[in-house]
Design a protein around this ligand. Sequence first.
Ligand SMILES: [Zn+2]
Ligand SMILES: [Zn+2]
Length: 259
Amino acid sequence: MQCLMCCLSCTYLKKAKSRVRSERNMEPVLKIRIRNLNPHIVCSLCAGYFMDATTIRECLHTFCKSCIVKYLQSSKNCPQCGIKIHETQPLSGLKADNVMQDIVYKLVTNLFENEEKRKEEFCKSRGINVAKELNEADQNVPLTSVYDSPTGHHYSNDELVSLCLERDSLLLPLQNINGQPVHIPPLDRKFIRCSTRTRIAHVKKLLRKKLVLSQSLKLTISCSEASGLDDNWNLKQIWLQHWLDKDPPLILYYAISSS
Ligand SMILES: [Zn+2]
Ligand SMILES: [Zn+2]
């Protein structure tokens, strides 16, 4: 038997929710031309959109990292307002502006993808094998230096991302060669915070270690509609391409199969 009060409150809640939704839908959509925003998201040194946005602490003017670093080789003043950044070491007066960079990526469609393509083409034209170098870097970076060391590792000053590692529940249960079910316990901690430079290869290493998976088992990682994410992708790329409109944490699904 259903409780009348419960049914009434559910109906009331449903109505209230749909009213809020329709009010939201009726809000006028504010359209802004990107060219009106350009003065706030374009670097005055190169006239392009900010890349690795970097802000001067003293006056809060923002430039591309490479532009401002190059400029400060021959000056100690802000190129925009002329304020002295630092008596001897102007570079110490700069800070990476990740919020501004994310705003630029969100406003300018495909900027991130185009920049990645441009980098790839540049590397190709110089004969640099990026995939090979990344894989070699993976071999050299022990997992502990990324996740376990509280101080002193290379990633300590990085932008961080909150990550949730979920088991893909749609897959069939695992079986060993004799057809017996193989039980893999869930992660004891599925939420982690790590550098946005962390790559899928690192996440896989972490999962293999935590779940004590044998190398014979295949591990694949997916995110919303993107399945089988490439080992060389980092979490920043994944966030920008698949999670920009969603709330944190970034949810990655891992699937284990007998290969
Ligand atoms: Zn620039
Ligand atoms: Zn300035």
